[in-house]
Design a binder for this molecule. Sequence first.
Ligand SMILES: C[S@@+](CC[C@H](N)C(=O)[O-])C[C@H]1O[C@@H](n2cnc3c(N)ncnc32)[C@H](O)[C@@H]1O
Length: 250
Amino acid sequence: MSEDIWNLPQRDLWDEKAAQSYEDLGSPMYSPEVLGPTVETLAGLAAGGRALELAVGTGRVAIPLREHGTEVHGIELSPAMIAELRTRMDADQLPVTEGSMVDVRVDGEFSLVYLVFNTISNLYSQAEQVACFRNAAAHLGPGGRFVIELWVPRPQPVGSAHAQVFSTGEGYIGMDVLDLSTQRGVSHHIRYEPDGAARVSFSPFRYVWPGELDLMAELAGMELEHRWADFSQAPFTSESTSHVSVYRLR
Ligand SMILES: C[S@@+](CC[C@H](N)C(=O)[O-])C[C@H]1O[C@@H](n2cnc3c(N)ncnc32)[C@H](O)[C@@H]1O
């Protein structure tokens, strides 16, 4: 794998093609079983206040949360993703500030900031991830909450092959190749065309354990209030493959 992949700006990874194919309404991440509990839980945590979604994308979560009655603002790096969002909701209903969740500021105070769908991992260094926590905290009023949704990493033992198949389906294999020294990985998405040809695409990430997130929250003046396995608030256990962590500003 070429080192160049780490120099590709996220803005270029989330281009027009990615933005348009992101809106695949057949995907489970748009299903009522996923979005229903997500919106209910986020609305409850916002407790009538304003919410800010970091990396709002095409509004998969922000739009139904707004429709549910919570005032929502977004931060998003990719103009193509914002343009796609705009085909579904206007700026007066859902304002979005273009820029990085690491440092861009939105006016006013929020009772909830949230970052879902594993997107903290789109920041490739610990320093940037800590900066993102600090930026989230800077937007919160007293007692405000920051919610992160993220998968639980399962690295291989040192010395073994650091490749993991995370998904297989008809005509698709998804595999992560991990570098334990940097906590970086690259997902390889292999799709087979009807004629048998394979198409490969890549997505780089930095994986983070729940305990490391808790320390980032400490550095930003927040503490863990809840850790659930998902947005339906199922208990988080050693079998959980992902988590929803709620941090509260001290
Ligand atoms: C997996 S999508 C998630 C979108 C949306 N939150 C959702 O749940 O559907 C990741 C998004 O993160 C955005 N992104 C990546 N790095 C970012 C950064 N540093 N600041 C703001 N947005 C970023 C990408 O442009 C993309 O829209």
